[in-house]
Ligand binder design. Structure first.
Ligand code: ATP
Length: 135
């Protein structure tokens, strides 16, 4: 691997989303946002719904990542995400519709509402909209 670079692989149930050599990255670890530079200590963490930022060729890139796990080991970061999208692949209209749907469900609070599910859908939608504006 090129000097001072880290390999970042992001895998979702749909397959390999990306595999690139990057200079640095940030992960939405469950315990909080976490930066990874070359020679980071090995670790495994669960992931929250959030943003992965990575730097490649002095440019910042962003992805929406919706839970899963990450492993950091020997300058390779593997993210196994429940779902993830690159900023340019996000369908903003779909995310806005999902946001509206979740907000309405949470407002109406029907007796059989799965509140946690609606809250998670709302968080995914908000992160997608945010990341789509970050490219
Ligand atoms: P929706 O209600 O719009 O389906 P969701 O949050 O329930 O949203 P997920 O279950 O997280 O969707 O994802 C299902 C698949 O659709 C995944 O492959 C995910 O990457 C993709 N996806 C979901 N929303 C979007 C979006 N706004 N733009 C692009 N891909 C999306």
């Amino acid at each position: 691997m090129a000097e001072n670079l880290i390999r970042l692989d992001i895998v979702t149930p749909a397959g390999l989303l990306m595999s690139e050599n990057v200079a640095a990255l940030n992960l939405p670890a469950s315990m909080g946002s976490m930066g990874v530079l070359k020679n980071h200590a090995p670790l495994m963490t669960s992931l929250d719904i959030g943003i992965v930022k990575y730097i490649k060729d002095d440019k910042a890139h962003f992805l929406a990542v919706h839970g899963g796990f990450a492993e950091v080991k020997e300058n390779v970061v593997i993210i196994l995400a429940d779902s993830a999208e690159k900023s340019g692949d996000i369908d903003v209209a779909r995310a806005m519709a999902a946001q509206k749907r979740a907000e309405e469900r949470l407002k109406q609070r029907e007796a059989d509402l799965d509140v946690l599910r609606a809250e998670m859908a709302l968080r995914r939608a908000i992160i997608r909209i945010k990341v789509s504006q970050m490219s």
